[in-house]
Design a binder for this molecule. Structure first.
Ligand SMILES: Cc1cc2nc3c(=O)[nH]c(=O)nc-3n(C[C@H](O)[C@H](O)[C@H](O)COP(=O)(O)O)c2cc1C
Length: 176
């Protein structure tokens, strides 16, 4: 089973990357092949329509999405929405890469302000791509991370482990 994990922040020091890495580790421990795409490392041009889709990172993004049996997408909350970098990445993709495939979502918010708006935003966009976005979702706050952007909050790690298991369970139930 292949699961694409997306880290949706372009910042050099990114808590969302720490979140996505935690999830990737949980998924690997469950025996899945993780296709890890980080919009801060695999930088993409701005989506304009066609020619930039030949960019090597856009080719990688598209290949991962096509190959994936399921998705776990992580976003930061920026000004009450998902990051522009993540939305730009999703704009490169088509509904037929997501149709009938489950997707789990999680976010990082700051200062106890939220994360829920970014999740609602991301849920709407993934629905627009025809993903089966699962009802379970999770927000972590910046205080859950150490100086190296590692997720160190134990309750969050446990919850994300449960969510990874749920995603694998649903993906298997769909015949993968
Ligand atoms: C431009 C910007 C806007 C932000 N807006 C929000 C917000 O609306 N709500 C919130 O809870 N946190 C907000 N934050 C805090 C971020 O969610 C927090 O810094 C988080 O670590 C960002 O993820 P990253 O480190 O992966 O980039 C904002 C941060 C930045 C840099």
């Amino acid at each position: 089973m292949k699961i694409m994990v997306v880290a949706g922040s372009a910042r050099e020091k990114s808590n969302t990357r720490g979140l996505a890495q935690t999830i990737a580790t949980h998924l690997e421990q469950l025996g899945t092949d993780v296709l890890f795409f980080d919009v801060g490392i695999h930088e993409l041009p701005i989506y304009k329509g066609s020619t930039e889709t030949e960019h090597p990172n856009a080719v990688k993004l598209t290949r991962y999405a096509e190959e994936a049996d399921a998705f776990f997408v992580c976003t930061p909350e920026y000004h009450s929405g998902m990051s522009g970098a993540l939305k730009n990445a999703l704009d490169f993709l088509r509904g037929d890469y997501f149709r009938g495939k489950p997707a789990m979502i999680a976010a990082v918010g700051g200062g106890g302000k939220g994360g829920i708006n970014a999740l609602n935003d991301l849920r709407t966009v993934l629905r627009g791509l025809y993903a089966l976005v699962l009802s379970e979702q999770y927000v972590t706050d910046v205080v859950c991370y150490n100086d190296r952007c590692e997720l160190v909050h134990e309750d969050s790690r446990t919850k994300l482990s449960d969510m990874a298991q749920q995603l694998v369970h649903v993906t298997k139930a769909l015949g993968k």
